[in-house]
Design a protein around this ligand. Structure first.
Ligand SMILES: Cc1ncc(COP(=O)(O)O)c(C=O)c1O
Length: 386
C-alpha cells in the first residue's frame, strides 16, 4: 500500500537511517529533495575543516604542503569504493567542466587520426558546450548521439551515465564495448552516478570518466571534480593545460615540462585544500556506508517515489525498472517552475526544476527518508490539484 504509514514503516526498517545523524541538519522541517544538486553537510566535514584551518593552516603554515601536495591523488584513491577504480587511477581537481575539457583532449590525443566528436543533443549543457568549443577550435565535426550511431570514424563520445532529467541509466557496458570495437574513446560523465548507484569502471570496461563530488557524495559547494584514467593509459596521455602540479620534478624551477607518468598528469595548479578535505570527508562517508547498501536504498526510495507519483496520478518519465535508473525522479508538469517555487515557499520542500516541464526530486540514500518522499510528492500533488 502507498501511504504515509507505509513510508513510516520503511523508515523504521531502513538500515541506513542512522547515517542521517551524521549530517548537520539545522531545520528538520525542511524536506530536502535536492541532494542530487548539492548534498547535505556531513558533521565530520565541519570538524575536519576546523581542524585543517586551525592546526594545519594556522599552526603548521607552509609546512602543511608537505602532505597537502598529494591530496588530489590520496582523495582520488577513496573513489575506489565508489566507482571501482584502483589506487592511483583517480585525481580530484577543479570542476567537472574543466575535467571534461581535459578528458576530451586526452581522448583526442589517443585518436589523432579521427576528426569526429559525439555528444547527445540533449546532453547536460556544459558537456555539449565543451565538446562544441573544442570542435570549433580544432576544426572537428560534432555528431549528435543516436541509437544506431556508427562510431568507426569517431574519436570520442562524451556521454552521461545517468540522464540528469529523467534518471535513465544507459547501457554503459554495451556502449563501451561498441566504442572499443569501432575504435572510439568514451568519456563518461558520472556526475549523477557516483554515490548514487553501484558502478565498477573495470567490470564495465570504462577507461576515461569524470564526475563531481558535491551531489550524492556530499563534498560541499564547489567541491573538486575528479578524473578517472585507467592505469594502462596514464603514461601516454596528453592534456591541454600544462601546469606545474603535473610536473615530475615540481620544484626544479628551471626545467622544461616533463610530467609524471601517473594520474598526476591531469593536475594543473594549486588545489583548493579546504574543498579537497571537505570532499574527502563526504566521499569517505559514502565509502563507509558502502555502495551496495546505498544503491539498494536508492532503488527503494525511487520505487517508493514512483509509487507515490502513481498514487497521486502524476506523470513521470523516470524508468520503472530499478536497474535502469539513478537516484532521482522526474515529475512532468507544464507549471514546473512555479510549482518548485511554491513547494519551497509554502511547504519548505526543496526540489529543482529542469526546463521545460520537469520537477526533479533527488533522493539521497544517506539523508532522505521515505517520509520525505511521501511528504514532498503529496505537497506537490496538493499544489497541482488546487
Ligand atoms: C551531468 C553533469 N555534468 C557536468 C556538470 C557540471 O559540473 P561543474 O559545475 O562541476 O563543472 C553537472 C552539474 O550539475 C552535471 O549534472
Amino acid at each position: 500500500m502507498t501511504s504515509r504509514a507505509a513510508a513510516e514503516l520503511l523508515d523504521q526498517q531502513d538500515l541506513l537511517a542512522p547515517f542521517r545523524n551524521e549530517f548537520l541538519i539545522p531545520d528538520d522541517a525542511v524536506i530536502y529533495l535536492d541532494g542530487n544538486s548539492l548534498g547535505r553537510t556531513p558533521l565530520a566535514t565541519v570538524t575536519r575543516l576546523k581542524q585543517v584551518v586551525e592546526n594545519e593552516w594556522a599552526a603548521d603554515l607552509i609546512n602543511s604542503w608537505d602532505h597537502w601536495l598529494d591530496m588530489p591523488r590520496k582523495v582520488g584513491d577513496r573513489m575506489g569504493l565508489i566507482i571501482g577504480s584502483r589506487p592511483g587511477e583517480v585525481a580530484l581537481h577543479d570542476n567537472t567542466t574543466l575535467n571534461i575539457y581535459q578528458g576530451v583532449h586526452i581522448a583526442l590525443g589517443l585518436r589523432p587520426d579521427r576528426k569526429v566528436v559525439v555528444v547527445a543533443a540533449d546532453e547536460f549543457p556544459t558537456d555539449r558546450f565543451v565538446v562544441e568549443g573544442i570542435a570549433h577550435d580544432l576544426g572537428l565535426t560534432v555528431r549528435p548521439l543516436t541509437a544506431d550511431i556508427d562510431l568507426s570514424d569517431v574519436a570520442v563520445v562524451v556521454r552521461s551515465v545517468i540522464d540528469y532529467r529523467t534518471a535513465e541509466l544507459c547501457d554503459v557496458a554495451g556502449f563501451t564495448a561498441q566504442a572499443r570495437t569501432q575504435g572510439a574513446m568514451v568519456l563518461w560523465d558520472l556526475s549523477h552516478t557516483a554515490g548514487a548507484i553501484e558502478f565498477d569502471v573495470h567490470t564495465l570496461g570504462v577507461e576515461l570518466a569524470v564526475g563531481c563530488s558535491y551531489k550524492f557524495l556530499n563534498g560541499g559547494p564547489g567541491a573538486p571534480a575528479w578524473t578517472f584514467v585507467a592505469q594502462q593509459l596514464q603514461s601516454h596521455i596528453q592534456q591541454p593545460i600544462k601546469g606545474w602540479f603535473a610536473q615530475k620534478d615540481q620544484f626544479a624551477m628551471e626545467k622544461p615540462f616533463a610530467p609524471h607518468d601517473d594520474i598526476r598528469r591531469v593536475l594543473l595548479g594549486t588545489p583548493n585544500m579546504l574543498s579537497l578535505v571537505a570532499a574527502e570527508e563526504g566521499i569517505a562517508l559514502s565509502g563507509r556506508a558502502g555502495m551496495p547498501a546505498i544503491a539498494k536504498k536508492g532503488r527503494a526510495l525511487t520505487k517508493f517515489g514512483l509509487d507515490v507519483i502513481d498514487h497521486f496520478g502524476l506523470t513521470t518519465s523516470t524508468p520503472r525498472d530499478a536497474s535502469k535508473r539513478g537516484c532521482h525522479v522526474a515529475v512532468h508538469h507544464p507549471n514546473a517552475t512555479q510549482l518548485v517555487k511554491d513547494l519551497a515557499s509554502q511547504f519548505k520542500v526543496i526540489a529543482d526544476v529542469r526546463p521545460p516541464d520537469i520537477v526533479r526530486l533527488g533522493l539521497s540514500p544517506l539523508t532522505t527518508r521515505f517520509t520525505d518522499v511521501w511528504d514532498g510528492i503529496e505537497r506537490l500533488s496538493q499544489l497541482i490539484n488546487r
